[in-house]
Design a protein around this ligand. Structure first.
Ligand SMILES: O=C(CO)[C@H](O)[C@H](O)COP(=O)(O)O
Length: 155
């Protein structure tokens, strides 16, 4: 799996890195590798999502102060589905209903233990391949490639 952050997520990234490695996960740290209070999240989050999309079946976590900008940046990568995971339940639903491969985490929103529990839930939950979820995910992904929006139902 792939892990990226900005300065606001730097300490939590270090915590999650050791937490996940202790669990036996193979983790690639996309950076930053040194704390820089003026760094910007897009480069780290876009690269994390690029790695995830290129490595089919892999998952990623992007960490910032809120997780919002991190999720937005990751979602600009074609093929990426990033969710803002703010609880174990939203992390699980992101996997099950949205087939997300990237989770955005807000380091300023959670304790280290809470954030670890959210990431654990994300990594442990398989996608739910029920036809309704697959259909909806496909509609979004088709829009990304064709730029033709799904048809609205007749009024
Ligand atoms: O959460 C974030 C984006 O969604 C960033 O981590 C946050 O905006 C950084 O803020 P600052 O530069 O004030 O530390």
């Amino acid at each position: 799996m792939y892990l990226g952050s900005d300065h606001a997520g730097f300490e939590l990234k270090a915590h999650l890195l050791s937490h996940l490695k202790a669990q036996g996960h193979e983790v690639t740290d996309i950076g930053p590798y040194a704390y820089d209070a003026a760094d910007d999240y897009p480069a780290y989050c876009i690269e994390t999502a690029r790695r995830v999309v290129a490595d089919e079946g892999s998952l990623g976590v992007v960490i910032g102060g809120s997780g919002n900008g991190e999720q937005i940046a990751a979602n600009k990568v074609p093929g990426a589905r990033a969710v803002l995971a703010w609880s174990a339940e939203t992390a699980k639903l992101g996997r099950q209903h949205n087939h997300a491969q990237v989770a955005g985490i807000g380091a300023r929103m959670h304790s280290e233990d809470e954030a670890a529990a959210i990431v654990d839930a994300f990594l442990a939950t398989p996608v739910d391949s029920d036809e309704r979820h697959t259909r909806r995910v496909r509609q979004v992904m088709d829009y990304e490639t064709t730029r033709t929006p799904p048809a609205l139902p007749e009024p």
